[in-house]
Design a protein around this ligand. Structure first.
Ligand SMILES: O=c1[nH]c(=O)c2nc[nH]c2[nH]1
Ligand SMILES: [Zn+2]
Length: 461
């Protein structure tokens, strides 16, 4: 299935997170990637690449060099994105969650019953996210089995690592867009799980994910049945939690016997280490403790939370309580398919929290880059495979190109590069300039498991 690869040595600077606060910047790096797409060696002070080749017995290996101001960086992990909502990215007006769902979201998702339309949407969202350096995505599709399966096919053929979820929703949803019964929803979810496990039996790239939309659109019986499916299959889960206040009030009304929103999922057997909870904006201290005790993970979706005026998640508090956090674009509650943009947005949201709660709430550039890579990898359970550059991990990486220093002193606007480098910046500052001003134009090439899955015209020029 996977095309065979050439042994390759990636030479030049690389940057990755060692821990939440510690971003390693290695200027004279060399990373050897074998034919299986995994990292065979990582060298940090390479003076003579030829001597390194000889030492490793890699004389015939291909070389890929990063430009003078650029660096290799781990691929981003989008822990929460609705592939089916991509055509609506940027379209939300002044709506908030519950009216946004009815006005914009359900009509679009429902239209993806058409495979022709689903193909159009899913092809574009996978290509687009790859171009932004997203090497792994946890996708929501729709309720439709065939188009959900098509999304998995497209991820596999384009080479993106993905969790693909058929959305379950059996209540409080429009008649034209819902599961007809709990039994139908479980049957269809099982059909998607079976299909996705058949096309990628060892989950090398693509895996299914059980996806109750959120508590208001799933009855207690539906949630319990999905909890049982989770227990029986071991398949990961994803859902939304505590996004905005009217939603939380609705959950209280719909589940009057539950102690909290988190307790609704816990009672159904869904609050486990394999659960990704998106948003978590308004959790109580008891819910934070419960989520921590159960080992469930959180996807922070800053752009969406601002766009739909849901609130500002207290990411510092979540992290300090020992909860694993990653970043999610939440397209199309979020307007952008870029995890780099989410890193920026996470910094902004943390500053709004800091204006009330104090400076300790602020997230640093290093911290958001950790959330975008290592943190995200933990959220989706792939921390041993992706998110950093270690021997034995897969080469899921992006080549970041930053502008050369032009002799004329003018910005080289033709070079399609959003970051102006003057040449005197420290490496920390170059990384910060990328985080604040970079875009998909800075992402020159992208690899997943060693396979080149995206390149721009700046690659190998
Ligand atoms: O951001 C969100 N996007 C959705 O599609 C959704 N559905 C329920 N709750 C949701 N929140
Ligand atoms: Zn969402």
């Amino acid at each position: 299935m996977a095309p065979s690869l050439e042994k390759t040595i990636y030479i030049g600077a690389f940057v990755h997170s060692k821990s939440l606060q510690d971003l390693e910047i290695c200027q004279k790096g060399a990373i050897g990637v074998g034919e299986n797409g995994t990292i065979a060696f990582v060298e940090r002070n390479v003076i003579n690449p030829e001597a390194l080749r000889e030492r490793e017995g890699w004389e015939s290996a291909k070389t890929v060099r990063v430009g003078e101001n650029g660096f290799f960086f781990p691929g981003f992990i989008d822990t929460h994105i609705h592939a089916s909502q991509y055509p609506n990215a940027g379209i939300f007006g002044k709506s908030t969650l519950l009216d946004w769902l009815n006005t914009y979201t359900f009509p679009l998702e429902s239209s993806l019953s058409s495979l022709t339309r689903a193909k159009q949407v899913y092809t574009r969202v996978v290509s687009r996210t790859l171009s932004h350096g997203t090497t792994t995505a946890a996708y929501y599709a729709t309720v439709h089995v065939d188009s959900t399966n098509l999304l998995a096919d497209i991820c596999l053929s384009k080479g993106q690592r993905a969790f693909v979820g058929r959305v379950c929703m059996n209540t409080l949803s429009p008649d034209y867009y819902r599961d007809a019964s709990v039994a139908d929803g479980i049957r269809d979810s099982q059909a998607c799980i079976d299909y996705i496990q058949r096309i990628d039996p060892s989950a090398e790239l693509v895996a299914p994910i059980i996806t109750p939309r959120f508590a208001p659109s799933c009855s207690a019986e539906c949630l319990r049945a999905l909890g049982a499916l989770h227990r029986e299959t071991g398949v990961r889960c994803q859902t939304h939690i505590s996004e905005n206040k009217p939603e939380i009030a609705l959950v209280k009304e719909l589940f009057p016997d539950s102690k909290s929103y988190a307790d609704v999922y816990d009672a159904a057997g869904l609050l486990t280490p394999k659960m990704i909870l998106a948003h978590a904006v308004h959790l109580t201290a008891e819910e934070v403790a419960l989520i921590k005790a159960r080992g469930a993970k959180i996807s922070h979706c800053p752009a969406s939370n601002t766009a739909l005026t849901s609130g500002c998640a207290k990411v510092r508090e979540l992290i300090e309580n020992g909860i694993t956090v990653g970043l999610g674009t939440d397209v199309s509650g979020g307007f952008s398919p870029s995890v780099l943009e989410m890193a920026r947005q996470a910094i902004w949201v943390s500053r709004f929290v800091a204006m009330n709660d104090g400076d300790q709430a602020k997230l640093s550039t290093e911290e958001v880059l950790y959330l975008a890579t290592r943190g995200g990898a933990k959220v989706v359970g792939l921390e041993d495979k992706v998110g950093g550059f270690e021997v034995g991990m897969d080469w899921d990486a992006q080549m970041i190109g930053l502008g050369a220093v032009p002799e004329s002193g003018e910005s080289n606007l033709e070079a399609d590069d959003p970051v102006d480098i003057f040449g005197w910046e420290s490496w920390d500052d170059r990384v910060a300039k990328w985080v604040y001003n970079g875009s998909d134009k800075s992402t020159v090439a992208v690899w997943v498991k060693g396979r080149l899955v995206h390149q721009t015209s700046r690659y190998e020029r």
